[in-house]
Design a protein around this ligand. Structure first.
Ligand SMILES: Cc1ncc(COP(=O)(O)O)c(C=O)c1O
Length: 412
């Protein structure tokens, strides 16, 4: 009797448990393109290969010391241990962000209404779609582009129109080529300059035209400036909010991640149109309770005047080693003015970008990202990141150049 009861229990617990199915919207997330490359890399590493990883765009150089000190100090203040209940984010951060923007780009903004703290800019860029997009709305996204805009627009029920970014047009979208019925239904227009993955930069004239286009079609213009200050040879990026009247239709996303080697800290901010930022804040107040205030304090200290020039000088050295080295080997590569990405046509047009990267990994033990991973118009291109772990003054990149040269992947 006791034993049969035991069986009954065991059977019940061994039966497959019905598991709640993921929502259908998750089916809209595309398969992970880099899975195959990750597998080949793991295989090579397991066999003892020394893989030079030019894949990930994540600063390898530590956060500058004054920012670490500011965090340590802020942690000691019990005020930072509690919920940040301010409407738009830690007031000191928003003050510092708007002052920084006025200094860097000459545009004055109200820290109380025209700025919003974010838990990394991915948080804001992704949730923006959830705050604005209804089924049937169109979202304009760059192709190639950072995949977060497209995936969230789709999950929020929107239709995506990919604006081709062509090398011949400096990787700027051709606004005149966007069909008028698409423009009429469009709600958001995502731009990103300096651009991931191509490293392209925008011009003030382009921003002026984009603002006029969005005004005409009642579209919220969204400029992702995650790489705002990552620039070389004295180049200064223009911004969309420098265009007169841009604040009526535009918001801009800035992040401490790449500017100050702070990707793990998760701190960023959006600036611009007050109503749009209010809408995003309304959604976010139901999703998160803001970043740890001590992190916001440290970010404010960074924006108040910490220099990250040493990191930029290091990227510039690496950029020169990689671009000059490969160009000398017969693979002509243009140097980016901004971002830490080198984007170029693959040297052998008979290969797809994925085939080229697989061979690069297998034959040279160098990992790069196939351009098609950022959209169909990325096919034929490859992205190489300058944030190479363990590099000093370009030595790892010199080694990468030597291996690529020796691999025979650059046709004679
Ligand atoms: C173009 C672009 N935007 C936004 C982000 C997100 O940055 P974060 O969320 O760290 O601010 C990235 C990160 O790689 C990026 O490349």
């Amino acid at each position: 009797m006791g034993q049969s009861h035991l069986h009954e229990c065991t059977d019940r617990y061994n039966a497959p448990v019905p598991m709640a199915a993921p929502s259908r919207r998750l089916d809209l997330i595309p398969p992970y393109l880099f899975a195959e490359l990750a597998r080949i890399k793991a295989e090579a590493v397991a066999q003892g290969a020394d893989v030079i990883d030019l894949g990930i765009g994540d600063p390898d150089i530590p956060t500058p010391r004054p920012i670490l000190d500011a965090l340590a100090k802020a942690v000691e203040d019990p005020e930072t241990h509690r919920y940040d209940e301010s409407p738009r984010g830690w007031p000191k951060l928003l003050e510092s962000a708007t002052k920084w923007y006025a200094r860097e780009f000459g545009v004055r903004l109200d820290p109380k209404t025209e700025a919003l703290e974010l838990i990394g800019s991915k948080d804001g860029l992704a949730h923006l779609a959830w705050a604005f997009v209804d089924p049937g709305d169109v979202v304009l996204v760059p192709d190639p582009g950072y995949p977060v805009y497209k995936v969230n627009a789709l999950m929020a029920g929107g239709e995506v129109y990919e604006t081709p970014l062509l090398e011949a047009n400096g990787y700027l979208p051709n606004l005149g080529a966007i069909p008028s019925d698409v423009a009429k239904r469009a709600k958001l227009f995502y731009l990103c300059y300096p651009h991931n993955p191509t490293g392209a930069v925008a011009t003030p004239e382009f921003y002026r035209d984009a603002v006029a286009f969005c005004r005409e079609h009642d579209i919220l213009l969204v400029n992702d400036m995650a790489y705002a200050t990552v620039a070389y040879d004295g180049f200064k990026n223009p911004t969309v909010l420098q265009v007169e009247g841009a604040k009526d239709v535009a918001i801009e996303f800035h992040s401490l991640s790449k500017m100050y080697n702070m990707t793990g800290w998760r701190i960023a901010f959006a600036l611009g149109n007050a109503a749009a930022l209010g809408t995003l804040a309304r959604l976010k107040s139901n999703l998160d309770s803001k970043q740890f205030p001590a992190v916001a304090e440290a970010a404010a200290c960074a924006l108040d005047g910490v220099s990250n020039d040493a990191t930029l000088a290091e990227y510039a050295r690496r950029r020169d080693v990689l671009c000059d080295g490969l160009t000398a080997a017969g693979w002509t590569i243009e140097k980016p003015k901004a971002t830490f990405f080198v984007w170029t046509r693959i040297p052998d047009p008979k290969l797809t970008s994925k085939e080229f990267c697989e061979r690069l990994l297998k034959e040279a033990h160098v990992l790069a990202v196939p351009g098609v991973g950022y959209g169909p118009h990325g096919e034929g291109y490859v992205r190489m990141s300058l944030t190479v772990k363990g590099d000093q003054g370009g030595a790892r990149l010199e080694e990468a150049v030597a291996r690529i040269r020796a691999s025979g992947l650059i046709p004679g």
